[in-house]
Design a protein around this ligand. Structure first.
Ligand code: CP
Ligand code: NVA
Length: 298
């Protein structure tokens, strides 16, 4: 049995297998008659719906659980909630504030635990991002990817996904918002270390794909005003996009703040692939669930 807390839980061939399973037009009903628990400590427009629909497409039944309902570490410990969900579910998906909560769940769970976003990683997003880049460019190996913005959960999983897929990543972040050594060391170990640069244009020049995310993530709302100042000059706008390769596409995990990290004319313009990217969240979730069930049977 395998858990999926970040992309570096996978080998390159396992990641490629998940991408291929995600494209299966007639997926086997591996979850027939089984439940998948989906626990959310934070809001979601895409992840919850995409994962619920992926479960349905595999014949299973998604069970949404809001944090207030189970009272993680208040009404009951994370460990006991996890053991309980495992009584009814083939897989437990969890969106949590602290990554350590997902790790605690995985440590005691008798069914696979999937990280549906933590403060550290957003790996199911990164699988969908790879599908979207493959759809847009026809291949992954050798692509040039630029990430402009906060070196956050999305950027971290994207870095591993890029590294394991042969994509060269350059990331531009303001001072204080870059990956630190504690991030770079494990990335280096798996050959996933991105090139960090100071200026957005240095990341974007010649890139096939330009990616950004919000400046203040969920849980960082009180830092939003400071971050708006600190990220001045890091908006992905049309002028910046002219520095990318001809035919370059724009990605954003969403939700987006138009006028902050991205100009409306970019995210709503012809280079944007954010809606296929959102749609791929469901296909990615289905591929991942198929792979987890394969692993459980192996
Ligand atoms: N991209 C993403 O995870 O969106 P939600 O927060 O709406 O699920
Ligand atoms: N970095 C963002 C991603 C949302 C999908 C956050 O954690 O809020």
């Amino acid at each position: 049995m395998r858990h999926f807390l970040d992309i570096d839980d996978l080998t390159p061939s396992e990641l490629a297998r998940i991408l291929n399973l995600a494209s299966d037009p007639k997926p086997p009903q591996v979850l027939a008659g089984r439940g998948v628990a989906l626990l959310f400590e934070k809001p979601s427009a895409r992840t919850r719906s995409a994962t619920e629909m992926a479960v349905v497409q595999l014949g299973g039944h998604p069970v949404y659980i809001g944090a207030a309902e189970v009272g993680l570490d208040q009404r009951e410990s994370v460990e006991d909630v996890t053991r309980t969900m495992g009584c009814y579910s083939a897989v437990i998906g969890a969106r949590v504030f602290a990554h350590s909560t997902a790790e605690r769940m995985a440590a005691v769970s008798e069914v696979p635990v999937v990280n549906l976003l933590s403060d550290h990683a957003h790996p199911t997003q990164a699988v969908a991002d790879l599908l979207t880049m493959r759809d847009a460019m026809g291949h992954l190996e050798g692509l040039k990817l630029a990430y402009v913005g906060d070196a956050n959960n999305v950027a971290r999983s994207l870095a591993y996904a890029a590294g394991l897929s042969g994509i060269a990543l350059r990331i531009a972040s303001p001072p204080g918002y870059e990956f630190g050594e504690s991030d770079l060391r494990p990335m280096r170990q798996c050959g996933c270390e991105p090139v960090q640069v100071d200026k957005p244009v240095e990341a974007v020049r010649g890139a096939d794909v330009v990616y950004t995310d919000v400046w203040a993530s969920m849980g960082q709302e009180e830092e939003a005003a400071q971050r708006r100042q600190d990220f001045t000059g890091f908006t992905v706008n049309r002028r910046l996009m002219t520095q990318a390769a001809p035919g370059a596409v724009f990605l954003h995990c969403l939700p987006a703040h138009r006028g902050e990290e991205v100009e409306a004319k970019v995210i709503d313009g012809p280079q944007s692939r954010v809606w296929p990217q959102a749609a791929n969240r469901m296909h990615a979730a289905r591929g991942l669930l198929l792979w987890l069930m394969e692993q459980a049977e192996a």
